[in-house]
Write a protein that binds this ligand. Structure first.
Ligand code: GLC
Length: 645
């Protein structure tokens, strides 16, 4: 039984009571229900730290008191609803506030834009203070609580979060849990020689331990930040910096770090954040002799955070940003005794990468194979589905699956990088390589969805057919994730087909990081022209907003139901079904440039074709299957519903 079910069971009818006394009683009940597990987790990570444990327990009631009654009520509403984040009413958008519209006040005025598109869940990229120079887009934090002045004030955020809540919009913010910037107060005090703060990080007097670690640690940013340790002359010590050299890894073997960071997490929750994105959480625990990713202690630590948050702010969900091997990702939903007591949400990075594989190869074999081999997740968990985000596309496939399809894994990855990164003349894609590692031969891919799908090149060539093809591909990918189980996230700019933004090259703080290609300044000029028929953005925006609206109406898309993968007997098609109680939706996507066909009598048997006719809801077109075959045009996306024929 996961936390939602347990608390609903225990609270029973009292969930409807909003009096102060009941709220407090329910807090105490949650604490009592979770205490044993919290205690077990705490002492397995920090044996002999009874004093720290006592302090942890002492802090929880105060943190709960700091939560506004509005938020406490919302928590109870969400407990009563159950797995609220699994509802199909949520459709997300991810954006950088400064690049999207400037600041938080202006963002509030963009409410009508979000409503027009139909998104009601916003992932705002890091907003708190960060160094003036390179700061990894805010993922090097100088503070976990203070809003960076470039975005406005803490008050502006409070107002924004209240306005959005009134308008039914959820907010997701990052919790950069693995590292701080080298300017963070703890780092400064460590540099000044305070031993207490040197123990907040992994610091060493010489290269002995760092070299021992390096034997097993991979490199995350090999081009710009090779190695995993940085020498800090001020303290004459080496500090662990797995990401950039200015991002210091926090040392969670120290319980003080856990206590401080839990306070920061609760602060975020009490600011009105609905979903907390746990950044880079696979890296939270380090151990010599391992690659220090996905370690059992990291999972325990995440659950410990989860359960404490559950006591204080049970309506807040956690998203795992674990861009790791496919079978490892599922473990962030919690497994064994922690099943359902870890993150509620996780990025479906495997699905995302496989969709890009299918576009490049025109074949869906790897997509099917990879999805079929993902271990089952707990019913309380949910995916975040996306096609692009602010990061690169890592080719996180299982080599065995590539080989099983008869392809050489190394050559296949090289083909994908070549296809997307302008190394093949015939490819329509215009992306760039991110962090090529000459030692491993590994490269990742960056660029906007529209550019990777050919829109930028097609517009440069003023080729109307190629423009249509690129738009079809973009809508096909979004049509897939809007119907797949989980919460879909539109990356800001994709809704109007924005191409790569090359302006980052002029800013020395960004120029070395090609991920900025896909962190564009939002094109409001094009937004103002939406409606003009000749504009590709018009078709993209209108089709997306139409599909988003439908997603909320189609009952089979609601809740945690899994997708039933169908084998269409055609290597270019991807076919899956969502089955509801009295409803169903069949999704068909064609990754080939040719017309492909499906057996219509099979569709008739399933109830998606009646009297030889069908209705493609995604495009609102109707057709006949006179010949006994359903024709699927190139890059077409078809949604067939049982109840809305
Ligand atoms: C996450 C972020 C990425 C950042 C990294 C280090 O992976 O998505 O943008 O560079 O964490 O914080």
């Amino acid at each position: 039984m996961n936390q939602y079910e347990l608390h609903r069971l225990l609270a029973g009818s009292r969930l409807g009571d909003r009096s102060g006394g009941t709220r407090k009683a329910l807090f105490e009940q949650r604490l009592a229900a979770n205490l044993t597990l919290i205690q077990d987790l705490f002492f397995s990570l920090y044996p002999d730290q009874a004093d720290a444990f006592k302090r942890l327990l002492g802090k929880l009631p105060g943190w709960f008191k700091e939560r506004t009654t509005d938020l406490q009520d919302q928590d109870l509403d969400r407990l009563a609803e159950g797995h609220w984040y699994q509802s199909s009413r949520w459709v997300g958008m991810q954006l950088y506030v400064d690049r999207f519209c400037g600041d938080l006040k202006t963002l509030e005025q963009k409410l009508p834009y979000f409503q027009k598109l139909g998104v009601n869940f916003l992932h705002l990229m890091p907003l708190t203070k960060r160094p003036k120079g390179p700061n990894d887009g805010g993922y090097a934090v100088n503070s976990y609580t203070e809003i960076d002045p470039r975005y406005g004030t803490d008050k502006d955020f409070a107002r924004l979060s209240a306005t959005f809540r009134e308008n039914g919009i959820c907010l997701m913010l990052d919790f950069v849990v693995n590292h701080t910037s080298d300017e963070f107060s703890w780092a400064q005090r460590a540099k000044a020689g305070e031993a207490r703060f040197q123990q907040y990080y992994y610091t060493y007097p010489d290269r002995t331990v760092p070299d021992a670690f390096e034997a097993n640690l991979p490199e995350i940013f090999p081009e710009t930040s090779p190695g995993n340790f940085t020498y800090i002359p001020e303290m004459d010590r080496w500090v662990m910096t797995v990401f950039n050299s200015y991002q210091w890894d926090l040392n969670y073997t120290n319980p003080e770090v856990f206590l401080e960071m839990l306070g920061n997490l609760i602060h975020l929750a009490n600011m009105g954040v609905d979903v907390v994105r746990f950044d880079a959480l696979a890296f939270l625990w380090k151990k010599l002799g391992t690659d220090s990713q996905n370690l059992p202690e990291a999972h325990q630590l995440i659950s410990l955070f989860r359960l404490c948050l559950q006591v204080v702010a049970p309506g807040v969900a956690l998203l795992a940003e674990a861009i790791v091997a496919p079978h490892e990702i599922v473990r962030y939903f919690g497994e064994g005794p922690l099943k359902g007591n870890s993150c509620e949400l996780a990025y479906h990075a495997t699905f995302m990468a496989c969709l890009w594989d299918a576009v490049a190869t025109t074949k869906t074999g790897l997509l099917y194979r990879s999805l079929r081999h993902i271990p089952e997740k707990p019913a309380s968990g949910s995916w975040i589905n996306y096609i692009r985000c602010h990061d690169d596309i890592g080719l996180g496939f299982d080599n065995a699956h590539i080989a099983a399809l008869g392809w050489d894994p190394g050559m296949h990855r090289k083909f994908l990088v070549d296809y997307y990164c302008q190394r093949l003349d015939w490819s329509p894609a215009k992306g760039a390589v991110f962090m090529f590692n000459p030692f491993t031969g590994d490269g990742r891919i960056t660029g906007s969805a529209a550019s990777l799908l050919g829109l930028e090149k097609a517009l440069e060539a003023s080729d109307p057919e190629a423009i249509d093809t690129a738009v079809d591909k973009l809508l096909m990918l979004y049509g897939i994730i809007l119907a797949a189980p989980g919460l879909p996230l539109v990356y800001a700019g994709d809704e109007i087909g924005m191409p790569n933004d090359y302006s980052y090259l002029d800013d020395p703080a960004m120029a070395e990081d090609s991920r900025w290609l896909n962190r564009p300044l939002h094109d409001w000029k094009t937004v103002r022209r939406l409606g003009e028929a000749s504009l590709p953005a018009t078709r993209i925006f209108e089709s997306l907003s139409r599909m988003i609206g439908l997603r909320r109406e189609i009952r089979a898309l609601d809740g945690a139901g899994e997708a039933l993968l169908h084998d269409p007997g055609n290597e270019h098609l991807f076919v899956f079904e969502r089955r509801g109680k009295d409803d169903g939706l069949l999704v068909v996507a064609n990754f080939a440039s040719s017309v492909e066909v499906l057996n219509a009598s099979w569709l008739q048997r399933l109830g998606y074709v009646q009297d030889g006719t069908y209705h493609n809801l995604a495009r609102d077109t109707r057709g006949k299957v006179g010949s006994g075959l359903l024709e699927v045009p190139p890059y077409a996306l078809i949604w067939l519903s049982k109840s809305q024929l």
